[in-house]
Design a protein around this ligand. Structure first.
Ligand SMILES: [Zn+2]
Length: 388
C-alpha cells in the first residue's frame, strides 16, 4: 500500500539533491511512502497518485529525531538530588550508585514498564530512533538483563558495563575492568550492538585511558561497535582514543584541546553534544561553533538519564543548541536527525530521501525554525501512517 502525504508547508529532507540547502528543503511538498520507506519526494503539484492520501494541513514535516545517546533502563528517582543541586545545598543520595541499587532491586516487569513508558514519551515528541545503554546493573546478570529489555524496544543497544566502578569494587577498578571485558562482555554481547565506556581519568568512579582502551578493544573483538563517553568533565584522552579506535561517536566533547578538535575533524568519529546535561548541571556548554568551523560532524542527543539530565525531548535540546551553543536552527535540526544517524551509522534514518525509512515527524508549525523559536512547546510528533 502507498500513502501520499500532502499539505506539507515545508519539508526537510536532509537530502541536498532533493531540495534547497543542507537541509534539502522543499516548499509546498508531498511525500509518497510505500512499504515503510520513502518512495517519492517533491513539490505537491507534481505528486504521483497513491492508494491513500494524508493531508497535514500546512504543517512542516521533518525527519524523525535520532536520539543516539540515552540511558532508559533504570529504576528509582533522583529528583531530590536535582533539587539540591539547583538550590545549592549539600546532598549525598549516592548519585549513580543509588540508581544502580534501585535497578538491581527492580523486577523485569518494573524495568520494562518504565522503559516502555519512556520510549513512548520520546516517540510522542518526534523521536523515531533511539539508542539505549545499560550501565545501571553493573553485575553480569543485571547488565545482561538490562540489555535484553532494551533489545525489546530498539536495535540500537549499547553495553555500558564500564559506566562507573560499582561500590563493591571500590578501589579495585582493574579487577572490575577484568569482569567487564570477560564474563560480563560475554553475557552481554548477544544483546548489544555497541560498547561504550565512561572515560574520565581523575574521577574516582570512571575509567582512565588504559582502562578505556582495554574495554573498547575487548568489545571490538567480541563483534561490538564502539562509542565513548569522552571529555565531559576534563580534556582527557577519550576523544583521541575514540578516533584512533574508529568509534562511531565521541559523546559529550565538552572540554576539548586543539588536538581533539583536529582528530574529530579529520577522523570518522561523530562529535555528539548533549547540552541537556550542561543545562541540568548548570555547567559550561561545549563549543559547537569550534567543532563546526573545523569541519567535524556534530550530532545532538538527550543523554536522557535519571541523574545528570532527565529530559527525553530532542526539541528542547535543539532549542538549547541554538540559544546556548549558537548553532543555527538548521545546524541544530540536522545534528538531531542526520547527525544522530551518522553517530549510529544508520544510512536509512535521519533523512527523507528516496529509500529512507518512512520516519516522518510533523510540527504544529509552518517551519522547522519554530523548534528553537518556541522552546518548551510540544510542537512535534511522529506521524503515524496507515499500513506502517
Ligand atoms: Zn550518557
Amino acid at each position: 500500500m502507498s500513502t501520499l502525504v500532502t499539505g506539507i508547508a515545508e519539508l526537510v529532507t536532509n537530502d541536498p539533491s532533493a531540495g534547497a540547502g543542507a537541509l534539502g528543503i522543499v516548499a509546498d511538498a508531498a511525500v509518497v511512502v510505500a512499504d515503510g520507506a520513502v518512495a517519492w519526494v517533491g513539490p505537491a503539484t507534481r505528486a504521483p497518485a497513491a492508494d491513500v492520501r494524508v493531508d497535514v494541513g500546512g504543517r512542516a514535516v521533518v525527519p524523525g529525531f535520532v536520539d543516539s545517546h540515552t540511558h532508559l533502563v533504570f529504576a528509582g528517582d533522583r529528583a531530590a538530588e536535582f533539587e539540591a543541586r539547583m538550590s545549592g545545598t549539600r546532598y549525598d543520595g549516592g548519585g549513580i550508585a543509588s540508581t544502580v541499587a534501585a535497578t538491581r532491586e527492580a523486577s523485569d516487569d518494573a524495568l520494562r514498564a518504565r522503559l516502555r513508558a519512556l520510549v513512548a514519551e520520546t516517540r510522542a515528541q518526534g523521536t523515531t530512533t533511539v539508542e539505549i545503554k545499560s550501565g545501571y546493573g553493573l553485575t553480569v546478570d543485571d547488565e545482561a538483563r538490562c540489555l535484553r529489555l532494551a533489545a525489546e524496544v530498539t536495535p540500537e543497544t549499547t553495553f555500558l558495563g564500564a559506566h562507573v566502578v560499582p561500590p563493591e569494587y571500590a578501589g579495585r577498578a582493574g579487577e572490575y575492568v577484568g569482569l567487564v571485558t570477560g564474563p560480563m562482555l560475554e553475557a552481554c554481547a548477544p544483546w548489544a550492538r555497541w560498547i561504550d565506556v565512561f572515560c574520565e581519568p581523575g574521577s574516582a568512579h570512571a575509567f582512565d585511558g588504559d582502562e578505556t582502551r582495554a574495554v573498547l578493544t575487548a568489545g571490538r573483538a567480541a563483534g561490538l561497535e564502539l562509542r565513548v563517553h569522552a571529555n565531559q568533565l576534563t580534556a582527557g584522552p577519550g576523544v583521541r582514543l575514540a578516533v584512533e579506535l574508529g568509534a562511531a561517536s565521541a559523546d559529550h566533547c565538552t572540554h576539548l584541546t586543539d588536538a581533539d578538535v583536529d582528530a574529530l575533524a579529520g577522523g570518522g568519529t561523530v562529535a555528539t553534544l548533549l547540552p541537556g546535561v550542561e543545562f541540568a548541571t548548570r555547567s559550561p556548554y561545549p563549543d559547537a561553533r569550534r567543532l563546526l568551523a573545523a569541519g567535524a560532524t556534530v550530532a545532538l542527543a538527550t543523554d536522557c538519564n535519571p541523574g545528570s539530565c532527565f529530559t527525553s525531548s530532542m526539541a528542547f535540546c535543539i532549542a538549547l543548541a541554538v540559544r546556548e551553543m549558537r548553532m543555527t536552527p538548521a545546524e541544530a535540526l540536522w545534528a538531531a536527525t542526520a547527525g544522530g544517524a551518522a553517530a549510529l551509522r544508520r544510512p536509512d534514518v535521519g533523512h527523507l530521501g528516496v529509500g529512507a525509512r518512512a520516519d516522518l515527524a510533523v510540527l504544529a508549525a509552518p517551519s522547522h525554525v519554530h523548534l528553537a523559536y518556541r522552546p518548551g512547546v510540544p510542537l512535534v510528533k511522529a506521524l503515524a501512517l496507515p499500513g506502517i
